[in-house]
Design a protein around this ligand. Structure first.
Ligand SMILES: NC(=O)C1=CN([C@@H]2O[C@H](COP(=O)(O)OP(=O)(O)OC[C@H]3O[C@@H](n4cnc5c(N)ncnc54)[C@H](OP(=O)(O)O)[C@@H]3O)[C@@H](O)[C@H]2O)C=CC1
Ligand SMILES: O=C(O)C1=N[C@H](C(=O)O)C[C@H](O)C1
Length: 279
């Protein structure tokens, strides 16, 4: 644990960044470095990663911080207060188990998890304090509240809901975690289950649109950080609610704030809406 104590004698929260060589991993290193009350307790990458042995700060562009990227999470988790995890579903499930063993905070930004992955994460939340969200930004979580309200106010027989997202060419999952989060918000507003009403793709002779469906469309290309629009399409008018992410720093700052919020909370599975007080 840390010796870095503030004026009140409180020590900073020690955070491990897993996937430290990735796009979000590097943004997280910078965000923890800049955030009062938090410090980097470790940096982990997958075995065989070219980032192994590098200084995490140097790789993230802030200069050396004396934290070498390693490939063994267990000893690093054992001396940390929390984990920031934007990696891949299989890795995240494994890290949730380790966070549960260590009884620490696990902030999960990884998207593309299956229902089976989510069940394992929920089981880990019996012992770990987990905050999981498809989007850690303030803007998107506020947008989700607005989408829920709009979906509640506008009836399914009058307004169709379509969710459009665009991301960079490297993204490996679709629809995005954010699109699904917004779909859940719309479904909640309508009082329906997303799983029973979602249309994830359209191709060929699709037939007319079923009333009450929530449709998704995903675009991939270039360096787009993340753009989401929720279209409520009526007859003769259309409402569009949207968010454009310009910098990954918004997700990284949100994740560090989530960790600080979760520190000392009892084990359980929390969302970013809990963290931001939007529930
Ligand atoms: N919730 C949110 O607010 C946000 C969520 N995301 C999500 O975060 C995830 C990561 O995105 P991004 O940073 O762009 O992707 P990257 O591919 O750039 O980063 C993922 C990193 O995790 C590493 N990794 C994979 N497996 C392991 C493992 N077992 N142990 C340690 N590290 C591992 C990868 O290594 P390698 O490349 O060598 O395999 C890579 O460095 C995605 O699911 C994305 O959708 C992204 C932005 C915001
Ligand atoms: O992969 C990304 O980049 C992003 N993933 C998240 C998602 O799937 O919604 C969040 C953000 O849009 C960037």
């Amino acid at each position: 644990m840390s010796d870095d104590r503030d004026d009140m004698g409180q020590s900073d929260m020690g955070l491990v960044v897993v996937g430290a060589g990735g796009r979000m991993g590097q943004a997280l290193i910078r965000a923890v470095h800049d955030m009062p009350g938090a410090r980097i307790a470790g940096a982990v990458e997958r075995p065989g990663s070219p980032a192994l042995g590098r200084d995490a700060g140097e790789l993230a562009g802030i200069g050396p911080i004396g934290v070498e990227i390693g490939d063994d999470p267990l000893p690093v988790f054992a001396r940390a207060d929390g984990v920031l995890d934007f990696t891949r579903p299989a890795a995240t499930v494994e890290f949730a188990g380790y966070a549960a063993q260590a009884r620490i905070v696990h902030v999960i930004g990884t998207t593309g998890c299956t229902a089976e992955d989510d069940a394992k994460i929920a089981a880990a939340a019996r012992h770990a304090t987990i905050v999981k969200s498809g989007n850690m930004s303030l803007g998107v979580n506020l947008l989700a509240v607005l989408v829920e309200q709009a979906a509640r106010a506008l009836e399914a027989r009058d307004f169709d809901i379509e969710i459009l997202e665009m991301h960079h060419r490297h993204k490996v999952d679709a629809p995005s975690g954010t699109a699904l989060l917004l779909g859940e918000a719309a479904a909640k507003g309508r009082g329906i289950a997303l799983a029973d009403n979602e249309v994830r793709a359209r191709d060929g002779q699709t037939g007319p649109r079923p009333e009450g469906a929530i449709g998704f469309a995903a675009l991939r290309g270039g360096s787009v950080v993340g753009e989401h629009s929720v279209v409520l399409a009526g007859t003769g008018e259309r409402i569009t609610l949207g968010h454009q992410a310009e910098d990954r720093a918004i997700f990284a700052r949100g994740a560090v704030k989530a960790a600080l919020w979760a520190h000392g909370k009892k084990p359980g599975l929390y969302s970013m809406r809990d963290v931001l007080g939007l529930n």
